[in-house]
Design a protein around this ligand. Structure first.
Ligand code: CO
Length: 256
């Protein structure tokens, strides 16, 4: 994590926009590949090919040794699922999370999608997680601080009977995937840096929501994060730009 927050110049923002567009397009491709009978590896391949065809580089591949372009996390898996032979089936929910680099800048986004017909609880979880992002970014403006975002996310999620993950947080982004500041989805305890939001900051707001308890475990593969109680989990993330007015969602696409 970079020491200090980087403020992007207008030229850098132009490049970030393109990186983020590629990232968002790749998420749309991945979403279309979330279909009964496909493996998580096939979903990853669709994402990976899209990124490369559009002039990007898959930044998750090789990041701290992660072996794929896409994190694919199924049902009780929250984040960082490793694509492989697992077949997704009708009734599953599948989270995809990916980053693409373009001319040295990185975009990052995620979403959770149903395979066929899923339970009412799963539908509600997906929708609450997505809406929590939009509740949070109401405060992603000059005049607020980073923790205002997470407080809004937490309140919204808990008001619907779900919980937010504490062990992983959103983050600044730019030339590095993870820059300062940390962007928690909850009210941090104790004294934690809570910077003011400034025009030209680019950050990732990414609620990770559990249908049950928020405590997580990491599987023996060293990556896959699962809910400790095996309740369903969902994830939704966009890269956003702080402006003079409303935040700009850089990883915007028709289907977000
Ligand atoms: Co992220």
């Amino acid at each position: 994590m970079a020491e200090s927050i980087t403020i992007k110049s207008p030229h850098e923002i132009e490049i970030m926009r393109r990186a983020a567009q590629i990232t968002a397009g790749a998420r749309s491709m991945g979403r279309q590949a979330v279909r009964d009978g496909l493996t998580t590896r096939q979903i990853d391949r669709a994402v990976h090919e899209y990124i490369v065809k559009n002039g990007g580089k898959p930044s998750c591949l090789g990041y701290e040794g992660f072996p794929a372009a896409t994190c694919v996390s199924v049902n009780d898996e929250v984040i960082h699922g490793i694509p492989g032979k697992r077949i997704v089936r009708n009734g599953d929910i599948v989270s995809i999370d990916l980053c693409a680099a373009y001319r040295g800048f990185i975009g990052d986004c995620a979403g959770t999608y149903p395979v066929g017909e899923v339970s009412e609880e799963a539908k509600k979880l997906i929708e609450v997680t997505r809406q929590a992002f939009f509740e949070g970014i109401r405060f992603a403006k000059v005049g607020y601080r980073v923790h205002d975002i997470g407080e809004a996310v937490q309140d919204y999620v808990e008001s619907h009977g779900f919980s937010v993950v504490r062990d992983f947080v959103g983050h600044g982004i730019g030339r590095s995937m993870h820059e300062a500041p940390e962007v928690p989805n909850y009210r941090p305890e104790g004294h934690r840096p809570n910077p003011r939001l400034v025009k030209g900051m680019t950050i990732c707001v990414e609620p990770m929501v559990c249908a049950g308890d928020w405590r997580i475990r990491i599987l023996n593969d060293g990556w896959t994060v699962v809910t400790a109680d095996h309740s369903l989990a969902a994830h939704y993330e966009n890269t956003i730009l702080i402006t003079d007015g409303e935040p700009e969602i850089l990883t915007m696409a028709d289907d977000i």
